[in-house]
Design a protein around this ligand. Structure first.
Ligand code: F0G
Length: 398
């Protein structure tokens, strides 16, 4: 069953509906299950090991073995900041971002419903992921992208997996309006995160973090926020496992946004409950270049209920955090993902994070998603002859 998060109206799981009559957004209701947590340990390490909590038909599942991503303790950065730091590496998913968790469940729902075409608007990763999962499921796929603002790797993926790719003269918020209209006309099944079934896949990040920590909650989970689906989904996962009795405590949900694309962080800073859209969002972290987050009500609820917060970081802070993580811990992430690392640094510096806190940063997408940013940040390769002496001389200087 789906329920409106504002007025509580209920909708049947088989209905194709994205928003409530009252205009607010929906959530899938999942009851606690009578399953001992040890059951999950003896299953293959992907999102489907939590199948009882994924409200779609398991027999129809569309899967590329998503989930079960690396959970790396990062002592070098952690020691420097005086915290206990873990990084959840979502770039290790099949198409290189956390979206695969949501698309696995979302396309399974599409198969359950018997639709023929799926679609989304995207800043890049959602389209890359949907395009692959639609191919796997044998569904037609249409994606709408903001022209010139999608990182190269993501665009290549969407095109190569065979989606019909449309490019519009507008930003992500405009693209979402366009594809939503087509979905409401019944042209396609919408798999943006306004679709609550997609978030059911993404909530498994929350499940895995507490499972990775041997059924303990971290003090805090930090992640980049764009359309605000992921922060809402992770919080849903955490509260479901708390209600099932698998964990006792819960983490402070902490969202990081880019300075000029920060409607949620602005609302938190100003103590407002309602989120005012940002007109012309801009940031080098194109994945989170979003001014009107669809899941802002859910995200504000997650932040408030968990006693969390939201913060902004500048593009320069994002780029230096991206390189710092790559060169200190060997973890290569795209700019948006590095916002969580830039954020943890800022929150330690301004005293919001206490010394000794156990913090999990979710890094959401792989460095290869945005090769241009990575290459622009580095020196050109040094041209040498094939004589080893040339190289030997230079190696003495590094
Ligand atoms: N990090 C990356 C790498 C993303 O691609 C996104 C969103 C986010 C963080 C933010 O997650 O929207 O749930 O708050 N990308 C979407 C897309 C919008 O179209 O690929 P969110």
């Amino acid at each position: 069953m789906m329920r409106c998060i504002s007025c509580g109206k209920e909708y049947d799981d088989d209905e194709i509906v994205y928003t409530c009559e009252c205009g607010s957004i929906l959530e899938v209701e999942v009851e606690p299950k009578d399953i001992p947590r040890e059951t999950f340990d003896c299953r293959r390490d992907n999102i489907w090991k939590y199948k009882e909590y994924l409200p779609v038909n398991y027999e129809n599942r569309v899967s590329l073995d998503e989930g079960g991503t690396p959970f790396c303790k990062c002592d070098k950065i952690g020691d420097e900041l005086g915290i206990d730091l873990y990084v959840k590496v979502e770039g290790s998913n099949p198409t290189g971002s956390f979206k695969d968790r949501g698309m696995s469940v979302g396309t399974t729902k599409a198969v359950d419903l018997g639709v023929g075409m799926v679609g989304c608007a995207s800043t890049g990763n959602t389209s890359a992921s949907l395009s692959a999962y639609a191919a796997r499921a044998g569904l037609k796929c249409a994606v709408v992208l903001p022209s010139g603002k999608v990182a190269l790797g993501k665009l290549a993926q969407a095109m190569f997996h065979g989606a019909k790719v449309f490019s519009i003269d507008g930003n992500f918020d405009d693209a979402l309006k366009t594809i939503t209209e087509l979905a409401l006309e019944g042209e396609l099944y919408l798999l943006n995160s306004i679709n609550p079934f997609r978030l059911e896949g993404q909530k498994t990040i929350g499940y895995e973090i507490v499972h990775d920590l041997k059924w303990q909650s971290p003090d805090r989970i930090i992640l980049p926020v764009g359309n605000a689906g992921n922060i809402s989904a992770i919080w849903k996962g955490i509260t479901e496992f708390r209600d099932a009795g698998y964990i006792k405590d819960t983490p402070k949900m902490t969202g990081i946004q880019a300075e000029n694309s920060a409607p949620i962080a602005n609302a938190v800073r100003e103590g407002r409950d309602t989120v005012t859209p940002v007109e012309n969002p801009d940031t080098i972290a194109t994945a989170i270049r979003i001014g009107a987050p669809v899941s802002s009500v859910k995200a504000m609820r997650a932040i408030k209920e968990s006693d969390g917060t939201a913060e902004t970081v500048s593009d320069d802070e994002i780029l230096s955090a991206q390189m710092y993580l790559a060169r200190t811990e060997g973890i290569g992430v795209e700019p948006a993902s590095a916002a969580s690392i830039a954020g943890v640094k800022k929150l330690v510096e301004n005293g919001e994070i206490e010394k000794g806190e156990r913090v999990v940063c979710v890094v959401t997408g792989h460095v290869l998603k945005d090769p241009n940013v990575a290459i622009d940040a580095c020196e050109e390769p040094t041209a040498v002859s094939s004589d080893p002496a040339d190289i030997r001389n230079i190696l003495k200087t590094i």
